[in-house]
Design a protein around this ligand. Structure first.
Ligand SMILES: O=C(O)C[C@H]1C=CC(=O)O1
Length: 96
């Protein structure tokens, strides 16, 4: 099942820089491993914002929930999820 996920990161201003850097490093490792596994299909930065739009390919809602709540930055993000499916006009074979 495909999901469009928007993540807006809101790290508290009073978080020590070292703590933020450590969480971001773990987040990057986690995100890149999920990309390699095919679960996190795409990620784009919103220009001018600490926000991304991503496409996840998960078995079901629970799987997506588990992946998202495992994000090291999860406590500091607003997450908006939209279930998506193949568009009938798509020419891409991997849109399912
Ligand atoms: O930077 C972000 O958009 C938040 C998060 C998502 C992947 C990652 O490495 O960090």
């Amino acid at each position: 099942m495909l999901f469009q996920v928007e993540m807006t990161v809101m790290i508290p201003a009073d978080m020590p820089a070292e703590t933020a850097a450590e969480i971001k490093a773990r987040e990057k490792d986690y995100a890149q491993e999920l990309q390699r596994s095919g679960i996190w299909r795409h990620i784009w930065r919103h220009a001018g914002a600490y926000k991304n739009t991503s496409i996840f390919d998960c078995r079901d809602n629970q799987h997506l929930h588990d992946v998202l709540t495992g994000l090291p930055l999860f406590p500091y993000m607003q997450i908006d999820v939209t279930p998506i499916c193949r568009h009938p006009s798509s020419i891409r074979e991997d849109d399912r």
